[in-house]
Design a protein around this ligand. Structure first.
Ligand code: UD1
Length: 430
């Protein structure tokens, strides 16, 4: 199993190209199930989750052609992938596949809308809480589907003539359930109005792509989304939006190690709340042409309290990284997690590097320390593992992060991007 060895202490200086967003690419790829034409996606990141979903979609009959990667001057790659699902080969998503990646559960929306039925295993994914699927069941039921749980699977069946547009308000904000409702309602008869919809930029990206395919969606990015059903969707060409979580992660890394880095190919407006928190912590962050410039001052980090919330609040996917940053703050800060109940697995690993963190319910109290010391640590989930990398970059001596397959799910060429900016990071393949 691969490990990542980090020797901390170097400031980061240079350019880090930001990849296409994993969390946008996954639903966009799944949207290819809605049409028999070709959906072409540009800026598709090369990540374990994306490759996993490519295999899963292949199982459903999607033909996939990957167009070579082009290297740009700043070291970035660009990958264009063509997805064509002439006919759906299989409406079942088996446990072996869905359990590896929660997002693959989302095929339930397009399969139900296009084929009138789906049998999808209940999901697995990151071990960061129970992550139920009640909102998907309720939402699709509102569109007229019959939903039944049987032997670890959900059997979904649309009424004769297809799904029917409806008004449905989510009792809780869910990104995935919003994606699924957008896809399902696009091919339903009549109009659907979704209340309390997720407002994440990835939802807007999916809506833009579906509209390019011929859907009639308005209001994405607000809490109320209206979808006028159409009888069929066509192909389209769409560019995956930049990864705001990767952007915020590297911005926090610079804030922590010190240095001057331009994050290229990204957009500051995708993560206002996180940028504000990074600024309050003392780093200078500004929009520059084609990206964001971050200047960090390493030793002068100010304590900042944050609470995770659905967009536009502070993203849960940056919580672990921000806690990493706060371990070196000059004072006490608090990090409160409100989205997932079990998302503090990084706390004990950060403690191995010398961090002083105490947990009380959903709030972590972090007492900043003047220095962290490298140690062997273990990655526990995707975002937690990158917080250990960031902390390792700022720690004295060597940090060895094991179980890095979690990192490979969501961070493209991490060690290369950091090394180009002066960090000492290497992958060790045993
Ligand atoms: C997506 C992101 C993930 C991010 C999360 C929250 C992808 C591939 N993943 O995950 O990185 O951390 O949004 O921003 O885009 N819930 C229910 N019932 C449901 C569905 C969800 O109670 O049927 C709960 C979840 O347990 C959680 C909350 O709703 O507490 C938010 O989850 P959700 O927004 O659905 O997360 P995902 O879409 O799985």
């Amino acid at each position: 199993m691969d490990r990542i060895r980090i020797v901390g202490g170097n400031a980061l200086n240079g350019i880090i190209p930001i990849s296409g967003a994993k969390n946008a690419a996954l639903p966009l790829m799944i949207a290819s199930l809605l049409t028999s034409d070709t959906l072409t996606l540009e800026n598709v990141p090369h990540l374990a989750d994306v490759e996993g979903l490519i295999r899963i979609l292949g199982n459903h009959g999607v033909d996939i052609a990957v167009n070579g990667r082009r290297e740009h001057q700043d070291g970035s790659y660009s990958r264009t992938v063509h997805f064509t699902c002439r006919t759906v080969a299989d409406t079942t998503a088996p446990y072996e596949l869905v359990s590896k990646m929660r997002a693959s559960f989302w095929v339930i929306g397009p399969l139900l809308a296009r084929e009138g039925q789906a049998r999808v295993s209940l999901p697995g994914g990151c071990a960061i809480g129970t992550r139920p699927v009640d909102l998907f069941i309720e939402g699709l039921t509102a569109l007229g589907a019959e939903m039944e749980i049987d032997g670890g699977y959900i059997n979904a069946k649309a009424p004769k003539g297809g799904l029917i547009g409806a008004r449905y308000t989510f009792p809780k904000v869910s990104v995935g359930a919003t994606h699924v409702m957008l896809m399902a309602a696009s091919l339903a008869r009549g109009t659907t109005v979704i209340g309390n919809a997720a407002r994440e930029p990835e939802v807007v990206d999916l809506a833009n792509c579906l509209n390019a395919m011929g859907a009639k969606i308005s209001g994405a990015g607000t809490s109320t989304i209206t979808i006028e059903g159409v009888t069929s969707l066509s192909g389209a060409r769409h560019r995956v939006l930049p990864d705001r979580i990767e952007t915020g992660t590297y911005a926090m890394a610079v804030a922590m190690t010190g240095g001057d880095v331009t994050l290229s190919g990204t957009d500051i407006t995708l993560l206002d709340t996180a940028i504000e928190a990074i600024r309050r912590a003392g780093a200078e962050v500004s929009a520059v042409e084609g990206g964001i410039r971050v200047i960090g001052h390493g030793d002068q980090i100010r304590p900042v309290d944050i609470v995770t919330e659905p967009f536009p609040g502070f993203p849960t996917d940056l919580q672990a990284q921000f806690m990493g940053l706060m371990t070196r703050a000059n004072g006490v800060s608090h990090v409160t997690e409100t989205i997932f109940e079990n998302r503090f697995m990084h706390v004990q690993e950060l403690a191995r590097l010398g961090a002083k963190i105490t947990l009380s319910g959903q709030t972590a109290r972090i007492e900043g320390v003047t220095r962290l010391r490298g140690a062997p640590v273990m990655a526990t989930d995707l975002r937690a593992s990158v917080s250990l990398v960031i902390a390792g970059l700022a720690a004295e001596g060597e940090t060895m992060v094991s179980r890095v397959y979690h990192l490979d799910r969501g961070f493209e060429r991490l060690e290369e991007k950091l090394t180009r900016c002066g960090a000492i990071v290497e992958r060790i393949t045993d």
